[in-house]
Ligand binder design. Structure first.
Ligand SMILES: [Cu+2]
Length: 462
């Protein structure tokens, strides 16, 4: 029978449109989203080649489906609400319900197909930072592809050909979209054993982002170039950043990428690590050396590894002190040594938001701020440990090393129990007078007790 005649004119069109729409719907994987800022347990690969998955700090890994040997993901660009730390939520843009977006984990050699749906009010694109791919899949809006209009879905497809650390972010209205939090981590695991990629017991990843959110508000100022006031690991600040909880003796890998506007020297206490990889891939062994701080420049990724052999709660943070502080602290006038009691109250009658540093430093403001904070605003320094206020915010968290942390258990073991006699303690004896105050009999007291070389009487070597 002639099919065209059987179905008839107008009916064919309607029928065809309906079935095409249905096929397209069926072809698009159901988007998976979350509204949680908790650290999800590692996503053990249900299909495809096996690997040891990563743990994304305060994040999660995007599930996929296999379709004729292709790993299919559905990424949705959309406005999200992100809890930056308990007490503050930010209106950001992100992917699949959160900022940053979910981590994408694949295996070297995987063919991946990523459906990107744009639910933002403006167009976007996704650039797959660091990947080898066809030029037209590189995601530079206007250059390698048309921008993805609001409401539309585009498809990216390529082979994840080299193992390592990657990022994804828009290459469309970048200043705005990255200032709003659009970014995600990508890990390509090696296929089988790789001579430069070691097996580790704990594998963590996060991205660095900075925001300029005026105290009392919730939406970043997108035009800021330098004066950011929130420096985050995965859009979280201390004490909201999850600790990295490991078992004593574990080999630990931490992967990090920097999508802020400045560099971050990342520092680990109590251990030496080795930089074992960058966004260019694993680092050749002769080029590795031990560090306790590694600088992650703008647009770079670093992967560090160490054996967590020292039990304790070890600080892990950016070494720029302003980056371990939240909003409000950066513009406060220095008042150390200035007696200004009573002055603040008078000024605040004229300027209600007026705030100054304490006479003895800023620590007075770390524990209990005397001033009420605007709504939805974090103290500039907060976070407590078992011994009191930590006076930090921003890019600060802990690596918690415990003898009894079970393999595969990433839960927080609580505060470290220090063995007796191993905590810095107060000296309670009598304090001796400074030595420089003592003068030999018959001489005036010396200002400084500096030993100088004798002007003569010393025969040289010549
Ligand atoms: Cu920093």
């Amino acid at each position: 029978m002639d099919r065209r005649r059987f179905f008839g004119g107008a009916a064919v069109g309607a029928m065809a449109a309906a079935s095409v729409a249905k096929v397209a719907m069926a072809a698009l994987p159901e988007p998976v989203t979350t509204d949680s800022a908790d650290t999800a347990p590692p996503l053990e690969p249900p299909t495809g080649r096996p690997y040891r998955p990563v743990v994304t700090l305060n994040g999660w890994t995007l599930p996929w489906r296999m379709n004729n040997g292709v790993k299919e993901f559905h990424v949705v660009a959309e406005p999200v609400v992100r809890e930056i730390a308990p007490g503050m939520k930010a209106n950001l843009w992100g992917y699949n319900g959160q900022s940053p977006g979910p981590t994408i984990e694949v295996v070297e050699g995987d063919r991946v197909r990523i459906f990107v749906t744009n639910r933002l009010p403006e167009h976007t694109s996704i650039h797959w930072h660091g990947q080898r791919l066809p030029n037209g899949m590189d995601g530079v809006g206007g250059i390698t592809q048309p921008q993805i209009p609001p409401g539309k879905t585009f498809v990216y497809e390529f082979v994840a050909s080299r193992p390592g650390n990657f990022m994804y972010h828009p290459h469309a209205d970048e200043m705005v979209q990255m200032a709003m939090g659009m970014m995600g981590f990508w890990v390509t695991h090696p296929k089988g054993r790789h001579p430069l990629i070691e097996t580790v017991q704990r594998d963590f990843c996060f991205l660095m982002a900075s925001y300029d959110i005026e105290p009392g508000s919730a939406t970043p100022r997108v035009n800021t170039m330098l004066d950011f006031n929130l420096f985050t690991f995965n859009s979280r600040v201390f004490p909201g950043i999850a600790a990295m909880n490991v078992r004593q003796g574990d080999k630990v890998r931490i992967r990090m990428g920097n999508l802020t506007m400045t560099n971050h020297p990342i520092h680990l206490h109590g251990h030496e690590f080795m930089v074992t990889g960058t966004d260019g891939g694993p680092t050749p062994r002769p080029a590795r050396w031990h560090e306790v701080t590694t600088d992650v420049a703008v647009g770079q990724m670093r992967q560090v590894e160490f054996v967590a052999d020292a039990p304790g709660d070890w600080a892990f943070h950016c070494h720029k002190s302003h980056h371990t502080m939240n909003a409000m602290g950066h513009d406060v006038p220095t008042m150390i040594g200035v007696e200004h009691r009573g002055l603040v109250g008078k000024i605040q009658k004229l300027v209600p938001d007026y705030m100054v540093m304490g006479e003895r430093g800023m620590a007075d403001m770390g524990g209990e701020m005397e001033m009420p904070l605007p709504d939805n605003t974090l103290p500039m320094m907060s976070g407590r440990g078992q011994f009191g206020p930590a006076e930090m915010g921003g890019m600060f968290t802990l690596v918690k090393v415990r003898r009894d942390q079970r393999p595969g258990d990433f839960s927080d073991p609580g505060d470290y129990r220090h063995p007796p006699g191993t905590v810095a303690y107060e000296f309670t004896g009598a304090l001796p007078e400074p030595a420089r105050a003592a003068a030999p009999p018959g001489q005036a007291p010396a200002q400084l007790n500096v030993r100088k070389p004798k002007p003569s009487g010393h025969s040289g070597h010549h």
